[in-house]
Design a protein around this ligand. Structure first.
Ligand code: ADE
Length: 245
């Protein structure tokens, strides 16, 4: 079954990049189905209000539960035969990692819930979390203005794992965060640029030496930039890779 993505937001225009590039082509080729919805279509008042002041006081505004309830009732029932997996981007969520992307890519339907302001009334998560699988996911330890940019990042990470979406599936195997290490540096023509040479081993044609050089680069780069990842990698290898490197 093709992967279906729905996004509910008060800024549908923010999701325009889903028409472009990799995801746009995958949509046109029928590998992905994408629907973007304006939350305000489920408001009942003249001003199309979606927010209000927080109970208990405090700064900012909170998104009211009624538009979200009506929107998710309708959207989550719009594809009979599929079970929606709700994804709520937020800085307080579980970390979104490559492993998360792989897990989401195996679902048949993701419904992204984009909060703005100080967040969405918690009862929305109680209500829909009781009905459907629901994941709150964070891109990283920083605060964005809302979930829309996070949805663009997450949908791109997920979509490119769907079979057929990227042309060269082999390139998925070697990239950063696959196999626990960062990617090795890459070079192309010319062999000398501004006096800087391509590492000679890459011009040698010796596949064994090239593979060994690349693995050493991955280990060194990961140690320098992401020692936290290296620790996990070496644990997974039983500690043997350090001796190899
Ligand atoms: N919304 C606001 N900040 C976010 C973050 N860091 N990750 C995901 N969604 C967010």
């Amino acid at each position: 079954m093709t992967l279906r993505l729905d996004v509910v937001t008060i800024f549908p225009d923010y999701l325009a990049p889903l028409e472009l590039s990799l995801i746009g082509r995958a949509r046109r080729e029928g590998l992905l189905e994408v629907h973007v919805h304006d939350l305000r279509d489920w408001t009942a008042d003249r001003h199309r209000t979606v927010d209000d002041t927080p109970y208990g006081g405090g700064a900012g505004m909170v998104m009211r539960p009624e538009p979200w309830g009506a929107a998710l009732d309708e959207v989550c029932r719009s594809a009979p035969g599929r079970t929606p997996h709700l994804v709520v981007p937020g800085p307080g969520g579980d970390p979104f990692t490559q492993a998360t992307a792989h897990r989401l890519a195996t679902q048949d339907w993701l419904v992204f819930v984009c909060g703005r302001y100080e967040g969405i009334d918690e009862r929305v998560f109680e209500e829909f979390g009781a009905r459907y699988p629901l994941s709150v996911l964070s891109l990283g330890d920083y605060v964005l203005n809302g979930g829309e940019v996070a949805v663009l990042a997450m949908t791109e990470a997920v979509a490119r794992l769907v079979p057929g979406v990227i042309g060269n599936e082999a390139s998925l195997d070697e990239e950063s965060h696959t196999g626990g290490l960062l990617e090795y540096p890459v070079y192309t023509k010319p062999p000398v640029w501004r006096g800087r040479e391509v590492p000679p081993v890459l011009l040698s044609g010796h596949h064994g030496q090239i593979a060994a050089w690349r693995q050493k680069q991955r280990l060194e780069r990961t140690a320098r930039r992401r020692p936290d990842l290296l620790e996990g990698y070496l644990d997974g290898q039983g500690g043997t890779a350090a001796a190899e490197g």
